[in-house]
Design a protein around this ligand. Structure first.
Ligand SMILES: Cc1cc2nc3c(=O)[nH]c(=O)nc-3n(C[C@H](O)[C@H](O)[C@H](O)COP(=O)(O)O)c2cc1C
Length: 369
């Protein structure tokens, strides 16, 4: 049984686990989780006030393992507070909470962009930097005279791990997507992208052998519709892009223990190899240091570029393995002679088509205190 399952999954090409490489939505389960763009618009329009709309659009942001590590408190009609939901930390892959704060930065970016579309300029200040348990961000809504259109990419955006094309990305697309001086682009077949490919594979191999990391990952995969409905977060077969009969198979037969098998580790390495064989180039986002304020900026910058990539129909796949492993991170900084702290490595590519988002989100009642 073990052998046939292993062969089956390898043949199916279980896409995922750049550890944190996966995610399934709920569209295929008959119960809508407001994951597709039209559902998102309908839900947005049903919300009764601007503050709720801003918080909802914030919650559509990207987050590590789709952990959605945010909790929101409404302070007044024009102020809300973002806390870290410390039940959603990822101690095995993210012991210093770097990715958690990057994810909070992504939420903040979405909220700021959303604010402008409802006629507000959002400003923010943070307290208790460096202490994940007491850290919070106060966000203030200041009235603007005009409004901007909501960028379509905010609602369309989704992580894409498969079907990246190895086509050179034209300058105009890069100019439209890349936003700050802290971002570098390395096209496929450059010396730097070769180094990134080798180190990503090495880091993935390390991670698949690390029991704590695999156990943590298993806690964040929602294999079937009941788990998705219950948690409304995490990584799912659909977000891992396991479709057709393979999708049916894993939904029926997979559970936490499947993630701890050798065949799962092998399929993870296989799919990482496949991902590394086809893409346009790598985006590298850096920051001055690892202070929370710099991490928030890097998270904001990533989300802003993600939105623009979606508008340009570019596949955008964050691959964090190198930066999660001390050894590969050190080697990466050394060989690329980086002067700044690397925060995101993103596979960026042209696609034949940009599919609908599929990743579940927790309802507002679960994130608003
Ligand atoms: C800090 C951070 C690290 C991430 N690392 C990875 C990764 O290593 N591999 C991956 O496939 N996705 C990674 N992601 C993407 C998330 O898995 C994805 O955003 C989440 O599952 C929600 O899906 P969505 O982007 O389609 O809404 C990362 C996202 C963030 C914010």
């Amino acid at each position: 049984m073990e052998l046939s399952r292993r062969e089956f999954i390898r043949a199916a090409g279980l896409s995922c686990i750049g550890i944190g490489a996966v995610t399934m939505g709920a569209g295929c389960f008959g119960s809508k989780n407001f994951v597709e763009e039209t559902d998102r618009v309908l839900f947005l329009n049903s919300l009764e006030n601007d503050l709720l709309k801003i918080i909802y659009l914030g919650s559509l942001a990207s987050s590590s393992h789709n952990s959605q590590p945010w909790k929101i408190q409404q302070v007044s009609n024009n102020q809300f507070r973002i806390f870290v939901d410390t039940k959603k930390l990822l101690p095995a892959i993210d012991p210093h909470h770097r990715e958690t704060i990057l994810s909070i930065g992504a939420f903040l970016e979405n909220a700021i962009v959303a604010g402008e579309t409802f006629g507000y300029e959002l400003s923010y200040s943070s307290e208790n930097e460096g202490d994940i348990h007491s850290f919070y961000i106060d966000v203030f809504l200041n009235r603007l005279t005009g409004v901007k259109a909501l960028p379509a990419g905010l609602l369309k955006r989704r992580s894409l791990r498969r079907n990246h094309l190895s086509i050179k990305i034209a300058e105009k697309y890069l100019d439209n997507t890349i936003e700050t001086e802290r971002v570098k682009f390395f096209p496929k077949n450059s010396q730097q992208s070769g180094i990134i490919e080798d180190l990503t594979l090495l880091a993935t191999e390390h991670q698949t052998k690390n029991r704590r990391i695999m156990e943590e990952l298993s806690e964040w995969i929602r294999w079937n519709s009941d788990e998705i409905k219950m948690h409304q977060d995490g990584l799912t077969p659909e977000t891992m892009e396991i479709s057709g009969f393979s999708g049916f198979w894993v939904r029926m037969f997979y559970d936490k223990s499947s993630v701890m098998t050798e065949s799962f580790a092998e399929s993870t390495i296989d799919s990482t190899n496949e991902q590394l064989s086809s893409y346009g180039g790598w985006l590298l986002i850096s920051s001055i240091d690892n202070s929370y304020s710099e991490l928030l900026k890097a998270g904001r910058s990533m989300e802003a570029m993600f939105i623009r990539a979606a508008e340009n129909k570019l596949g955008f796949h964050i691959m964090s393995q190198i930066l999660q492993e001390q050894e590969t991170k050190k080697e990466f900084i050394r060989t690329l002679q980086l002067k700044e702290e690397p925060q995101f490595l993103i596979r960026l590519s042209h696609l034949d088509e940009y599919p609908e988002p599929v990743s579940p989100r927790r309802g507002l009642s679960k994130i608003i205190l």
